[in-house]
Design a protein around this ligand. Structure first.
Ligand code: HEM
Length: 486
């Protein structure tokens, strides 16, 4: 009897053990063993080509896995059905304060950051996410872009070269269309061209700052970049509140200037540089890719041109007689261009690669849709990487094809698996501005320019170190020729 009881008890124990083991397996998220090296973990494949590495991990480990970059553990959540749960978890935060200090020198006061961050998010809602409040910025942008094109056209006309083709490359062209017009529309009369070369250099090297290396490494190896940043940050003191500054920038700047106990003058400059960078660093490559995909697609062009002619009143580049019509390029009219909107979203689906990173403040559990539980400890990180879902054939049939009208009947913000601008509380507040600016640029190119691609077929590769930031610029130039319509 005793023997039978012992055997039964052992069986129960074994069963319990197996059950627990099974439960643990269900709840466990694999730590990637593939290409894992002692001490550095997955740092090397991650730095070399993070998209390729994450695609390989996805193939081996499925929708959720953990990688180790030196001492930092990052769990990647690739299934769109889990994104909202992660974004809503109140123990997770965007480490923007750490990034701000290292990348832009935005000031180290934690209290200052926390207090002002709440207020700044209110401004995002008030000024950048509100169509009516955004309207003056959009019109100002259109006026500035028109002026830039008009000057170039006049110059060519006066030198009797109006019919000649101008050679350039598409990224230079896109940068030019946005840099000055957009900076003036947001920041007012700041003379953007005086800081253009510093801005470009800093932007090209920003991935070194994003790497959050120890400070001494920057002082030692990145002196030129630090000097560039210093000049950029200093440039904001020459004119506080320039003429025609947008309401958003004015109120945000006042908030910083009103608190010298938290922000020094250099740090105020750092915050301005950070906002300028945020407003251009993704929009410029986004414009590049939109022009690249839309201008080569004859079917898209036909439909988009009709739409533009229907909704956006025509004005001349020869004189200022029709200038008042620019203010009729309202957000409502731009919203009516649904095919152009769809083509922009379709481009973003193909090229957006944001790594939406959140760090864990307190230990927390996240229940995934497949039944597993993600256990996070303080200082762990979670990342949502939408580029894989963007090319998932179940979510987007024929995923590698540019289909300009794919988003035409849809509200892009609610399409499952589409996340070019991040998610949740920290979703990009500039997404409406970016879309309106890109629409205005495409419409003005189609109205006033003729263009030729030298090579219509080759799709450029993306700069690998910018994968994860938002939209990566191209690696190769795309030569084009353009001229103004007479
Ligand atoms: C196509 C263009 C753009 C793309 C793809 C883009 C993408 C992103 C992404 C992925 C984030 C992080 C979101 C997250 O972590 O959930 C972000 C944040 C941000 N973006 Fe954009 N962005 C664009 C244009 C702009 C513009 C024009 C502005 C100008 C105002 C802007 C201002 C910001 C700011 C201030 C943040 C930080 C938000 C916060 O602190 O919560 N962005 N953007």
């Amino acid at each position: 009897m005793l023997l039978i009881s012992c055997i039964l008890a052992s069986l129960v124990l074994v069963l319990l053990y197996l059950l627990l083991l099974h439960k643990d397996n269900i709840s466990s998220i694999p730590l990637v063993s593939y290409r894992n090296l002692p001490i550095v973990g997955h740092l090397i494949p991650f730095l070399r080509d993070r998209r390729k590495f994450l695609i390989e991990c996805h193939q081996r480990y499925g929708q959720c896995f953990t990688v180790k970059l030196l001492t930092q553990r990052i769990t990647f959540v690739l299934s769109p059905s889990d994104w909202a749960t992660v974004a809503r978890n109140s123990s997770l935060y965007l480490p923007e304060h750490e990034f701000g200090i290292k990348v832009f020198n935005t000031g180290s006061s934690v209290i200052g950051f926390q207090q002002l961050n709440i207020e700044v998010h209110r401004y995002y809602t008030q000024y950048l996410k509100n169509r009516d409040r955004l309207q003056p910025v959009i019109v100002e942008f259109a006026l500035n872009l028109r002026k830039l094109m008009m000057h170039e056209r006049m110059g060519l006309k006066n030198s009797k070269n109006l019919s000649e083709w101008i050679s350039t490359d598409l990224i230079t062209f896109s940068h030019r269309m946005l840099f000055e017009p957009s900076s003036l529309a947001l920041f007012g009369e700041i003379n953007p061209l005086s800081i253009e070369s510093d801005f470009r250099l800093f932007d090209q090297k920003i991935h070194y700052f994003n790497a959050l290396l120890p400070s001494w490494i920057y002082s030692f190896f990145f002196r030129r970049e630090l000097q560039t940043r210093f000049r950029l940050n200093n440039s904001w003191f020459s004119k506080i509140h320039p003429l025609h500054e947008s309401d958003f920038i004015k109120h945000r700047a006042n908030l910083l200037l009103d608190h010298p106990e938290w922000y020094s003058a250099q740090e105020f400059g750092g915050n301005q540089t950070a906002m300028m960078w945020a407003s251009l660093a993704n929009s410029t490559p986004a414009l590049f890719w939109c022009l690249f995909y839309i201008l080569r697609d004859t079917k898209a062009l036909e439909s988009i041109k009709q739409e533009i002619d229907m909704y956006l009143p025509s004005f001349s580049l020869d004189d200022d007689l029709s200038i008042s019509l620019v203010s009729e390029w309202t957000t409502t009219r731009l919203n009516s261009c649904v095919l152009l909107d769809s083509a922009i979203n379709e481009t973003l689906r193909l090229v957006a690669t944001p790594m939406v990173l959140r760090k864990c403040l307190h230990a927390t559990d996240i229940a995934l849709k497949d039944g597993r539980v993600l256990h996070l400890k303080s200082n762990d990180a979670v990342a949502l990487f939408s580029a894989i879902a963007h090319r998932d054939g179940d979510l987007f049939p024929d995923p590698d094809k540019f289909m300009f009208d794919r988003f035409a009947q849809k509200n892009a913000d609610t399409v499952l698996g589409f996340m070019p601008f991040g998610i949740g509380k920290n979703i990009c507040p500039g997404r409406y501005l970016a879309r309106y600016e890109i629409k205005t640029c495409v419409a003005l190119v189609l109205r006033h320019m003729e263009y030729k691609f030298i090579d219509m077929k080759t799709i450029p590769t993306e700069q690998k170190h910018r994968i994860g930031v938002g939209i990566a610029p191209p690696n190769e130039d795309v030569p084009i020729r353009y001229r103004y319509k007479s």
